[in-house]
Structures are given as structure tokens and as C-alpha cells.
Design a protein around this ligand. Structure first.
Ligand code: ES4
Ligand code: ZN
Length: 319
């Protein structure tokens, strides 16, 4: 039995497996620039974050209808459940869909159709986190928040993703303030490729409660001390870090040092269809390559529920 865990860093568009991509391409009469699923998988060799994002955005062309988003989320929940995921806080990138003429309602309603059945069908509770693309303008983020207003009963929080370097958190101060006033929870990617100062800025300027990745905090001992003191959770994604070359090898990943430092680390899958594995695969990989003890793995699983946006009285929170 896999360890029960919560997944807190998961881009739903990053769960699009090649087989489903081709199925949706056929259904929607979209032509993919690849002859087969094997040929597509061959393209999954990334140099850095941007080279991955280029393919990630291109493949989204197959997602057009509510049913497409429903099928995508349902397939993810089935795979996640099989690896012990009992709760998932799921990112989505509305701007990437709006740019292709797919409406906010199509995305949210489609995802929701699957998520609403998540507990009954897969034993997985869920939250939705709407991410802003940081390489788009602050005005675009504000307009996106406006479009989301009819759906706020389905959206728990906001996040910030896409190309990090050159797009510091402070660019999005206004939209984070507006989201906070609407009662939305706040997270942001920071310190994946960007410098430790971006983590500090995400905390101080955007008021985030949780940092996605946060890997590069290890370059700044004072920041590590602060993250420990303030119990700020980090949503690490080890297999993603290897594929996008944030670390040279999994064996060289700083996760053990981060746990030793007292950081509230969690292990997540990021874009599992692209990076070689779902949440359980990431747990298995760090156990194998980093020699983590069972106690450490249980700590990571416990942290995932502690760091989640589950309410104190919800079932899995109590574990
Ligand atoms: C992402 Cl790994 C990663 N980093 C930043 N933005 C993203 N969007 C999807 N995956
Ligand atoms: Zn991510």
C-alpha cells in the first residue's frame, strides 16, 4: 500500500499523457506536429524550464471543450489515487486557454465535473488553484482574476507560474492584494530557476502561505532560518528538478539537507506526464536515490497534509 499523501504542486495541464493528447487531437480535429505517441515522448528532453514550457503550451492545443478538461482531470485523479494521493490541490493556467479562445467557464466547469466526483470515484478530495502566467503582464493577471469572479466558489487560491527569471513576484503585488481581499489563499512558484530574493519577495510582497519549489533558498542561510521559523511549506518536485536541470542528478538533490535544516518540505510531481512520474513515483525515487528512511518518508507525507488547505476538521487532515 502506498503511503497516503496530499499532492500540493500539480499542474493539471502537465498531466496530459501522450495517449490522451492524441485521443483529444482526433476528437477535436487538431493536428499535432508528431506522428505518434513515441515520437512525442522523444521530444521530452528538456534543457531548462523554458524548453519544457514551449512543449507544454503547444500540446494544450488539444484541450478545447468542457469534456476535454473533465477527461484530463479524471485521468489524473485515477493515477494519483493509485499512488496513494488522498487530497490534491490542483493548479490550472487559464491564460494559456483564454489565449486560444477557450473560455474560463469551459476550463473551470470541465475540471469541476471531474473534481466534484473525486471523492466518490477515486477517494481523492481536491482544491483548485488558479495560476497567473508571470511572463504575461500584471494587467492580464488582473483581467483573469476578474473573469474568475463567477467561479470563486470553486477556486480556493491563486498561484504564479511559467518563466520565472526576469519576472519577479513584486510585478503581481496588485493582483495578489485583490485576491486576498476576495478571500483567496495565496501561493507562488519561487526559487525554482529564480534567485532566493524571489522567495523573500513572494513572502513579503505577495503574502504567500506556501512556496512552490523554493529550492534555491538553500543559497541563503538567513532565508532558510526564516522559512523554518515561520513554518513556511515548500512544495518540492524532485523528478521535475532533474528533468529541468535545476539539479544535476537526483542523488545530488538537496532534499535531505533541507529536511535536516528543519524546513517543512513536501514532495510533489509538478507535471507528471512530462517528468517521469506521479506523486508516488517521486516518493519512490527519493527513497531510492537519496536513501531516505521510512521515518523521513512518513514525515514528508505528514507534511503534505499539514501544508494543505484542508480545514482542521476534514478527514485526511487528522491523519
Ligand atoms: C511549470 Cl515546472 C513549472 N515551473 C513553472 N511553471 C510551470 N507551469 C507548468 N509547469
Ligand atoms: Zn510547478
Amino acid at each position: 500500500m502506498p503511503l497516503p499523501k496530499a499532492e500540493l504542486h500539480l499542474h493539471i495541464e502537465g498531466t496530459l499523457e501522450p495517449e490522451l493528447a492524441f485521443e483529444l487531437a482526433a476528437r477535436n480535429r487538431v493536428t499535432l506536429p508528431y506522428a505518434s505517441t513515441d515520437e512525442l515522448r522523444e521530444a521530452y528532453r528538456f534543457e531548462d524550464l523554458q524548453s519544457f514550457l514551449d512543449l507544454y503550451y503547444a500540446l494544450m492545443a488539444v484541450l478545447r471543450t468542457e469534456r476535454d478538461f473533465e477527461d484530463l482531470a479524471d485521468a489524473y485523479l485515477a493515477r494519483a489515487a493509485a499512488q496513494g494521493v488522498r487530497h490534491a490541490e490542483i493548479f490550472f493556467d487559464p491564460q494559456a486557454h483564454l489565449a486560444r479562445g477557450v473560455a474560463m467557464g469551459t476550463v473551470v466547469e470541465g475540471l469541476w465535473r471531474a473534481l466534484a466526483r473525486g471523492r466518490a470515484d477515486h477517494g481523492v478530495s481536491t482544491r483548485l488553484i488558479m495560476c497567473f502566467l508571470r511572463d504575461e503582464s500584471a494587467e492580464s493577471a488582473l483581467a483573469t482574476l476578474e473573469l474568475a469572479k463567477p467561479y470563486l466558489d470553486r477556486i480556493t487560491g491563486i498561484g504564479l507560474d511559467s518563466a520565472e527569471v526576469g519576472h519577479p513576484p513584486a510585478k503581481f503585488r496588485e493582483v495578489y492584494e485583490a485576491a486576498a481581499a476576495l478571500g483567496l489563499r495565496r501561493v507562488a512558484h519561487a526559487g525554482e530557476e529564480g534567485p532566493p530574493q524571489y522567495i523573500t519577495e513572494a513572502l513579503d510582497v505577495l503574502g504567500v502561505e506556501r512556496v512552490d519549489h523554493g529550492l534555491r533558498c538553500m543559497e541563503d542561510p538567513a532565508l532558510v532560518e526564516r522559512l523554518v521559523r515561520e513554518r513556511i511549506p515548500l512544495t518540492l518536485c524532485p523528478l521535475s528538478n532533474v528533468r529541468l536541470r535545476a539539479v544535476d542528478t537526483l542523488a545530488g538533490h538537496p532534499l535531505p539537507a533541507m529536511l535536516d535544516a528543519g524546513l517543512l518540505c513536501t514532495v510533489n510531481s509538478d507535471d507528471p506526464a512530462y517528468f517521469g512520474g506521479y506523486a508516488g513515483d517521486n516518493f519512490d525515487a527519493v527513497r531510492r536515490e537519496l536513501g531516505l528512511t521510512d521515518e523521513r518518508l512518513r514525515e514528508l507525507a505528514r507534511n503534505s497534509f499539514l501544508a494543505s488547505f484542508l480545514e482542521d476538521d476534514e478527514e485526511w487532515r487528522a491523519r
